[in-house]
Design a protein around this ligand. Structure first.
Ligand code: FE2
Length: 89
């Protein structure tokens, strides 16, 4: 069985200080490098767990798993949209 594709933290297409003063460099680093990265890592951790459960033919709590996965993927997609449409100086 094919394994799920993992998510990746996208690189910004501009410098961290480019959107200032709309968003400061420190705040952009926090949201991109920490928070967005946490959503990506969280989604990938769940996907890896799901892959392992398939390999082991082990049961998972699908409701809780998909709820948590959608939370992380949602955070990843919303941050990706913001980075794509962020105004820069
Ligand atoms: Fe954020």
């Amino acid at each position: 069985m094919e394994t799920a594709k993992m998510y990746q933290l996208p690189k910004l297409k501009y410098d961290y200080d480019a959107p200032a003063p709309v968003i400061s460099e420190d705040l952009l680093r926090l949201h991109h490098d920490k928070r967005h990265a946490a959503y990506v890592n969280g989604a990938n951790t769940i996907l890896q767990m799901m892959n392992k459960s398939r390999e082991d033919q082990a049961d998972v709590d699908t409701r809780a798993t998909f709820q948590e996965l959608s939370f992380h993927i949602g955070g990843h997609l919303l941050h990706s949209l913001l980075w794509e449409h962020q105004q820069t100086a």
